[in-house]
Structure formats: C-alpha cells, structure tokens
Design a binder for this molecule. Sequence first.
Ligand code: PEP
Ligand code: MN
Length: 354
Amino acid sequence: MIVKLKHENPEVRDHLASLGAEVRRLDFPFGVFLAALGEAPPLKEIQAMAGVEWAKASGAKPLLAARASAPQGSQVTLGNAVVGGVALALMGGPCSVEDRDQIVGTARFIAAYGATGLRGGAYKPRTSPYAFQGLGQAGVELLREAGDASGLPVITEIMDPADVEAMLPFVDCFQIGARNMSSAPLLRAVGRAGRPVLLKRGPASTLEEFVLAAEYILLEGNANVILCERGIRTFETATRNTLDLNAIPVLKAMTHLPVIVDPSHGTGRRDAVLPMARAAVAAGADGIIVEVHPDPSKALSDGPQSLHFAEFRRLAEELGPVALAVGRRLDLPATHPASGVPYIRRAVGWGSAL
Ligand code: PEP
Ligand code: MN
C-alpha cells in the first residue's frame, strides 16, 4: 500500500507497522509518502486516518511514479539544469570514453555550445562480448575530469550494483541502459545511492513496464529519475531501432517524471538524429541526449550514429526555435565561445528568449 500524507501523524506509520507491514517513509519534493510492503492493510481504515491524503493498494501498477502522485510534474536537478522545467536539457558526449583528449575535448566543445550535461560510457553493455567493453573505472574518472574541465554534470552507465561505491564519488547521474532496464537489483542499488538516475527504456519494454522500473527506484526513496526513450525493436531494418515518439505524451500522462529522448540510439544513423531531435522537442520532450565524437569514423563504439562537433552545434542552434514554438526554451551561451562576440539573435531561439 502507498499512503500520501497530508500532514504528520505518527499513528499512521505505527498502525501500518502493527499490522505486520514493512513501512518506509519517502520524503519527496512533491510530497511525503509511506510505503507499506508485505502485508495488505485494510484500505478503508487507513484512508480514514487523520493526516492521510490518500491510500492506494499496491497492485501491479506504478503508484509513486504515477502522475497522480505529483500532478504538476516532478523535476530533477542535474548540475545547473533542471530537467522537467521550461528550459530543455541537452546532454551530449561520446558513446564510450576513450581517452583524455577525446572526452575533455568533447566536453569543452559541447559546453560552449549549450549542453547542460556530459554523457560517456565507461562500462559498456556491448551486444558482442568481443566488442570494446569500455575503460571501466578509469573511464569513470576521466569523465569526471572532463566534467570538471567543462563545468558539466556527468552521466555514465552502471551495469553492476557492486560498482556503486567506487563510482559514487565521480558520477552526477547514473545511467541504467536499455539492456538492464528491468534489473531489479540494479534499480534498487541506484535507488539507494540517492543520485539522479537516467533510466533508458528497454528495446522490448512496454511503457507500463518502463514506469514500473522507475517505481523500483522511487520505492528506495529516490525520486530523481529521468526517463529516456531510446527506440524500440520493430520489423524495420533501415534504422537501428524505431524511435517511439508516442512515448512522450503517453508517458507524460502516465507519470510525473521528466522524459527525454535519445535520437542517436533511436535511429542509429547520424543523418536522422537532428530531424528526430526536432520532432522529440515538438512532441514535448524535456530534453535530448545525443552521441558526439571528435572523429566519429574512429569511434570505438556507435560511430555511425555519433555527431561531429559541427553537427552538435547545429543541433543546439536548431532546437531553440522548435522549443519556443511549443512553449519551451533552450538556453544557449550569450556569446560565441571562440570569439566572445555576442550571438546574433535569430528571429527566435538564441539565448534566454523568454
Ligand atoms: C548508450 O547510451 O551508449 C547505450 C548503450 O544506450 P542504450 O542502453 O540505450 O542502448
Ligand atoms: Mn552508444
């Protein structure tokens, strides 16, 4: 059972515990909840207690992550950005951290052109065990260096709950990759770590399964979850995945969590990334995450879908007008990073236009 409290009443918790349930108190910015696990206390009795806003039986549906728990929507703070606010988040970086120059160079470039977060894989969930598996902890530490050099918060994938402790000092946001979306031990571990989590949709997962995976993280007391649509598997072979933009409005109805879109994995092809990023913003995404590499032809993973620097810059420039058209905003630096000359504001889209 999940209980949303209207005001403090210690008797609610005591009563739930006396009925044999394991009770957890969850303090979220959008409310205080009690989760009673294990037993099914009589709903009507709890609903009638002082201090209870509502009580719902935990069946198979998400409750903490459900839109009804925070009808106004929830937000996740990541570095200087608030994901789920009016301004869009723009995260970029290579598929894999490869070496210092690659990750620091990419971080500096994208930060100068409007990125709000730096991504880079160190533990890579490659489809083939013979493919490059990532630099591991050394990659996590290089990513941190690049984050510090550019002022960007860093996002990296975790594959094993046992890595939380070693990664925690270096990471601003844990990514759970598509292949691990429904790994309960991993979801619980990042939930307990308390850091923001970027949860990617499994390529064969329904939206309800996706939100239920997020529910695991919330149930550990961590509501800083960003959902990421990254494409699902369909019969189509011209693209690596089929980017399911239906997911944006439908997830927004199902859950209060911010929703971002990854058009790099969603399409697998560089030429489709910018158009699908524009489409995602138009459909109401709270942000975009893309792969960027200094020389995609030499990338150790996902080169064909990685943007060149100039393409990232174009993406940042072109998303602004789309954002404004749907009541959002993409903040770009006020001046050109190389020359220090103020950007010429186009009709819409440059700088803080709202
Ligand atoms: C990635 O972000 O590089 C990645 C492996 O993504 P996904 O889990 O969505 O395939
Ligand atoms: Mn990748």
